[in-house]
Design a protein around this ligand. Structure first.
Ligand SMILES: Cc1cc2nc3c(=O)[nH]c(=O)nc-3n(C[C@H](O)[C@H](O)[C@H](O)COP(=O)(O)OP(=O)(O)OC[C@H]3O[C@@H](n4cnc5c(N)ncnc54)[C@H](O)[C@@H]3O)c2cc1C
Length: 533
């Protein structure tokens, strides 16, 4: 059995005995088989001595038990790593950022405490998954939708805390933006409610985010300052209808006006969700080395050759799916207006997509192409480089995901910069995804690397990943989220004024978790005793 850093077997056994006295012996996991379940199945450090592994796990069933465990951990200096459902695959899974930590597994705290249909919110505990909340809404025939990420088995709280994203309307699809009110056990063991939750008997905890005074919720996301034991989440009132449509443009530079139109439609609230921007030509180029080389160039000759390649094959250079939720008359008018607005791009073509009225029947749901767009959680998208039917030789994926400006010029530049590095290393990536409009004013470029159970390949992948982080930072592009293996690298890039933001994070860490027991190293924040000079 692994032990926390600096712990003898005997000291660790004493700590485990104390944890058992809080949760009962059945809920402290120490056998190799049980602890192995907390490994990161997609670890880019798989099988290496640096692989991040837990020493044990403890599963409380209430906020009071969480407080009791945090108190013991403070007394004995046991490093804890809270997880909600621990399915953060691609970003570290259930494995702690600091090897040897005890995973504080909150899956037993799985109560849906309240769902208010009239005010469209829910209050949930950490173990509540998207499937759980969806089933509740469906069984009670409530006229509200949840917003979920691709895999529906994750938790509403864990995903939001990691700034996870989904696919319906703003603000629901940015899961942190869609939260309202937290209950947190701080690293020092204090139970705190944020926003209106601090007012005893408050009637608006899940409706008014700010409360009174500083709005502190943000310090509990992508951090290690507390254990979140309850969270409010805004639900989307069920729309009457939905329509989607696609715009196809055929020249390299058409992305510039296409993105300008898209941005206007989004910022003006005409297109009230993300879009799906793709480059069919990039797929058509495939592995052809000569054509791929053209993607690393921005000179007129390269652009002319790519334009000719697209024209010969009648393949659009870019395509973009637009989606609209609302009353039927409104969504039809919105799509019609979007088409009119974009028709100043020479040669643009439009394809009208499906139209739905809600509620969907049980028969309609299995046939949906992207069920998440309708607030329906599934595990359909579970195969990006992952022991899948289309990539059986791999063991998972890893996402490099820098934020770039929402302009066509930035897309062209970032694709060229990243493509050059990938080609230089001869890297085979699972997906070189086109910009994602997860957030309303920026794009995230998502490059998915394969992860293998092969140390040499993973080492190379880590090298390329770190290079990409550095080069991205040189261009002013920082990551929005990352795997635990790269948190220090990504945090180091946010270095303005001699890393003053990191110093502020450390000041807060020292204040709310003075013994540094929670999630050491998460998002590059280390407790005092583990801080490097
Ligand atoms: C094929 C595939 C597709 C994916 N698509 C998406 C997608 O569309 N959108 C997306 O966002 N993600 C996506 N992911 C990533 C990931 O699967 C989801 O984000 C998932 O919901 C995260 O797991 P979880 O909810 O169990 O969170 P957890 O693993 O429970 O939590 C994530 C982290 O947050 C912290 N944390 C969790 N709970 C607490 C708490 N209560 N208190 C303090 N700290 C806590 C911990 O450090 C934990 O490691 C995808 C993954 C795969 C494999």
């Amino acid at each position: 059995m692994a032990t926390p850093p600096g712990f003898s077997d005997r000291d660790f056994q004493r700590a485990l005995t104390r944890f058992r006295s809080v949760v009962g012996a059945a809920w402290v996991f120490t056998s190799d088989e049980d602890v192995a379940l907390y490994k990161d199945a997609y670890s880019p450090l798989w099988g290496e001595k640096e692989e991040k592994v837990a020493s044990a796990a403890v599963a409380p069933e209430s906020a009071e038990q969480v407080q009791a465990i945090v108190k013991i951990a403070n007394e004995l200096r046991v490093p804890l790593y809270p997880i909600s459902t621990g399915r953060n695959l691609g970003y570290g899974g259930a494995a702690p950022a600091l090897s040897g930590s005890v995973v504080l597994d909150l899956k037993r705290m799985n109560k849906i405490l309240e769902v208010d249909e009239r005010n469209a919110y829910a209050l949930v505990e950490p173990g509540v998954s998207y499937f759980d909340l969806y089933r509740y809404v469906r069984e009670h025939e409530l006229k509200v939708w949840i917003d979920c990420p691709d895999p529906g088995w994750g938790s509403v709280i864990g995903n939001a805390l990691d700034h996870g994203v989904g696919y319906t309307m703003n603000p629901y699809r940015d899961h942190w933006d869609g939260h309202c009110g937290l209950e947190v056990v701080t690293g020092a063991g204090e139970l705190v409610r944020t926003g209106m939750g601090a007012l005893p008997g408050s009637k608006t905890w899940q409706q008014f985010k700010y409360g009174f005074g500083p709005h502190v919720d943000g310090i509990f996301s992508q951090s290690n300052f507390g254990v979140v034991t309850k969270m409010g989440v805004w639900l989307m009132p069920e729309p009457e209808a939905y329509i989607e449509g696609q715009a196809l443009v055929f020249k390299h530079d058409d992305i510039i006006p296409l993105v300008e139109h898209m941005k206007y439609l989004m910022s003006a609230g005409i297109q009230n969700c993300g879009t799906n921007l793709q480059s069919p030509i990039r797929f058509a180029v495939g592995a052809d080395p000569e054509l791929r080389k053209l993607l690393t160039r921005s000179d007129p000759e390269a652009i002319a050759r790519l334009n000719a390649f697209a024209a010969e094959r009648k393949i659009p250079f870019y395509s973009n799916w637009f989606k609209f939720y609302g009353p039927e008359e409104v969504v039809r008018a919105q799509w019609a207006y979007a088409k009119k607005r974009m028709s100043d791009i020479a040669g643009i073509q439009f394809v009208d997509g499906p139209f739905y009225k809600f509620p969907l029947t049980d028969d309609q749901i299995p046939g949906l192409r992207d069920a998440q767009d309708f607030g329906v959680p599934t595990l359909d998208t579970f195969a990006i480089g992952a022991r899948s039917n289309f990539a059986p030789a791999t063991n998972g994926h890893l996402g490099f995901s820098p934020v770039i400006p929402m302009t066509g010029e930035a897309v062209i530049e970032s694709q060229r910069v990243f493509e050059t590095i990938l080609q230089e290393y001869g890297t085979n990536v699972a997906v070189n995804v086109f910009p994602q409009s997860y957030h309303p004013r920026t794009f995230v470029i998502l490059i998915m690397f394969y992860v293998m159970h092969d140390a040499a390949i993973n080492k190379r992948t880590r090298e390329v990943f770190r290079r990409l982080v550095k080069v991205a930072a040189e261009h002013g592009w920082g990551e929005y989220r990352t795997h635990t293996a790269f948190m220090d690298d990504c945090a180091a890039a946010y270095s303005f004024n001699d890393h003053s933001l990191r110093k502020l994070h450390e000041t807060i860490k020292d204040a709310v978790d003075p013994n540094g027991i929670l999630s050491a190293g998460r998002y590059g924040i280390w407790p005092k005793h583990l801080r490097k000079a």
